[in-house]
Design a protein around this ligand. Structure first.
Ligand SMILES: [Fe+2]
Ligand SMILES: [Fe+2]
Length: 259
């Protein structure tokens, strides 16, 4: 089974790029199941029902989120009404939405979990305990975990924590694809970050002048997503039909034509 993961979709240009490319990618790689991180799909971050529908209609099976989950007010309603849109499961008890979903595809039960890191990020419940507790309840053939986190050390640690317990752990949030895709020693597929789907000439999706000014002058300035051509970033996980383990990981990075 081939499972495609696409990294953080940023703004209109990222959504457009995903919609343009996803059906072709699914055909090219014979994709059976697709997970998209959509936490930055709206300008101003977060996700709305409209954006979620665009991403699902484009061919995603599940949308994962992150620290910007509730940036748009309507996310509360979206998360309550669409089980295919999930948020980190280590938000405090009582927070709207779900942190995991199980869907059936090609005769397999596929679980997708979303968790968020705590290093250089907002305070959250422990992601390690939260995932461990969730896994006690989840019965599925294939389990994918989107670990939305900043620090590479925390992400690598989550990979080893879940090695042999899940099919794959992939990172999101940093918007830069890492060159460390590998199969861990107990068979779990792992990549620290699958990267961003959004404006190519930008600072992680944001107009490059804005963070640059912030770094140079140390003055606050509101972030705005960049315009222009977009890249698409993700990874294909080839899962063994017998063992449900990851056999191979193929990082994908589609960049605009260079002039
Ligand atoms: Fe994030
Ligand atoms: Fe993001």
């Amino acid at each position: 089974m081939n499972i495609l993961v696409i990294g953080d979709v940023v703004g209109d240009s990222g959504t457009r790029k995903l919609c343009e490319e996803l059906s072709g990618l699914k055909e090219k790689y014979a994709v059976d199941f697709c997970i998209v991180n959509g936490e930055n799909a709206c300008s101003g971050n977060g996700i709305t029902r409209n954006k979620a529908e665009q991403i699902l209609d484009a061919g995603a099976d599940v949308i994962t989120l992150g620290n910007h989950t509730f940036r748009q007010k309507e996310a509360v309603h979206l998360l309550a009404n669409n089980e295919r849109v999930i948020r980190p499961l280590n938000f405090p008890k009582g927070t709207p939405g779900r942190g995991a979903v199980i869907l059936e595809k090609c005769g397999k039960k596929i679980a997708v979990l979303n968790a968020q890191g705590r290093v250089y990020m907002d305070a959250m419940d422990c992601p390690f305990t939260a995932v461990e507790n969730a896994l006690e309840r989840i019965k599925a053939d294939i389990i994918f975990v989107d670990f939305h986190a900043e620090a590479t050390s925390e992400k690598v640690s989550m990979g080893y924590f879940l090695d042999g317990k899940v099919t794959a752990v992939f990172g999101t949030h940093t918007h830069v694809q890492t060159a460390d895709a590998k199969i861990l020693s107990r068979g779990t597929g792992y990549i620290t970050d699958v990267g961003m789907t959004g404006p190519y000439h930008s600072c992680l999706g944001v107009k490059k002048e804005i963070p640059l000014n912030r770094f140079i002058h140390c003055m606050p300035e509101r972030f705005e997503f960049a315009d222009g051509p977009a890249q698409l970033s993700g990874a294909l996980f080839v899962v063994d039909d017998e063992t449900n383990r990851t056999k191979e990981i193929l990082p994908i990075l589609m960049v605009p034509e260079q002039k």
